[in-house]
Design a protein around this ligand. Structure first.
Ligand SMILES: *Cc1c(COP(=O)(O)O)cnc(C)c1O
Length: 349
């Protein structure tokens, strides 16, 4: 196989020169300077200055923790922005296509629609694994990206390593592995395999295990060449100053994050056990994430029962292969206790 990044980049992006902001042109070396270059209000209030457009401090810490170099990282306003940048860099509107593997995260399809890119869907197998043969059959000249979500939302399981390697090796376009839930998984991140696969892109987020959904920070890790393309098209100040500050704080609180994840994993086990004892639950699917998918007798009925008792979960029944399934996010021990009590209550109705 021969993957060539040049063949994947959109023509208009190849020729682009990125906007050069004031904060790009002069980089502070820490000495006291008078900044009169960006038309900012000079009176200090904590956010009167533009943030670092290259997010150097943040990316330095991320690089160290992820075992890559700063040039392998792009950060964005949530994974959603990172994913959108991938479409805009590599997919020609009304010409190119992507492949997604439903049931999966809904944003890939939405972003394809927004960017006028055809979304070719190849259902997962019955045990929620990629159907490698069918995926590779679907690939044509215009297929630019295959989106793989592992651990997968909403099913919760991780995909077989062999199958992913097969796709990476046989497809000449980009393979995006969305690892939003990787910190809850027993499996290692695909970041460690970047050197083996020039077409691999890994996305992660601070929204789940790191408990920072409110600040919007998405992470893209890939070859330096791929990241350089994305850097050309990203808005200069796409990650605001408060987000950079909060993210840095949280990334240095590794013990707290690890403890919370451990806690969530223990609660996940408790929830799985409890769900197995509920008579209207027909099956609890294996999960590597901070949620559990369960197959029930009547998803609409059970969803409404819980809602009436003040508990909001996700009914995933409209997704293919997910008829009569409910998705439960693992909450605090108190929240889970309440959920389990309510489930037992519903059992009798
Ligand atoms: C929650 C989630 C994300 C996170 O998106 P953000 O924009 O970073 O909050 C990404 N991918 C999947 C599959 C998710 O479930």
């Amino acid at each position: 196989m021969s993957f060539s990044l040049e063949n994947i980049i959109r023509e208009n992006v190849k020729g682009l020169k990125p906007y050069s902001s004031a904060r790009d042109e002069y980089v502070s070396d820490g000495s006291e300077m008078v900044f009169l270059d960006a038309n900012e209000n000079p009176f200090e209030n904590g956010v009167n200055r533009y943030p670092d457009p290259q997010q150097r401090s943040l990316k330095t810490v991320l690089a160290e923790q992820k075992g890559v170099e700063v040039e392998n990282i792009l950060v964005g306003n949530g994974s959603d922005e990172v994913l959108d940048l991938l479409f805009r860099a590599f997919c020609e509107p009304k010409e190119d296509s992507i492949i997604t593997l439903p049931p999966t995260y809904g944003m890939y399809k939405v972003l394809a629609g927004i960017n006028a890119i055809e979304n070719q869907e190849v259902l997962l197998t019955k045990d929620f694994q990629p159907d490698t043969a069918k995926i590779l059959e679907k690939v044509n000249g215009g297929t630019k990206i295959i989106f793989i979500c592992s651990p997968n939302n909403p099913t919760g399981n991780s995909f077989s390593e062999t199958k992913i390697v097969q796709i990476l090796n046989s497809f000449n376009g980009l393979v995006v592995i969305d690892e939003a839930y990787i910190d809850f998984a027993a499996k290692e991140s695909w970041v460690s395999r970047l050197r083996d696969f020039p077409n691999l892109i890994v996305t992660q987020t601070l929204s789940k295990a790191y408990g920072m959904a409110g600040i919007r920070l998405g992470i893209c890790i890939a070859s330096k060449e791929i990241i350089a393309v994305l850097n050309k098209i990203k808005p200069p100040y796409n990650v605001n100053g408060l987000t950079q500050l909060k993210a840095l704080e949280r990334l240095s609180a590794t013990t707290t994050v690890t403890q919370e994840v451990t806690n969530i994993l223990a609660e996940r086990n408790t929830l799985i056990q409890a769900l197995r004892e509920v008579s209207f639950v027909k099956k609890v699917y294996p999960t590597d994430a901070n949620f559990v998918l369960a197959w029930v007798d009547d998803a609409d009925k059970r969803y409404n029962q819980l809602l009436n008792r003040g508990i909001v979960i996700r009914n995933r029944s409209t997704q293919p292969l997910c008829e009569n399934t409910l998705r439960f996010t693992v909450g605090t021990p108190e929240e889970n206790k309440k959920l389990i009590e309510v489930l037992k209550d519903c059992n009798d109705e």
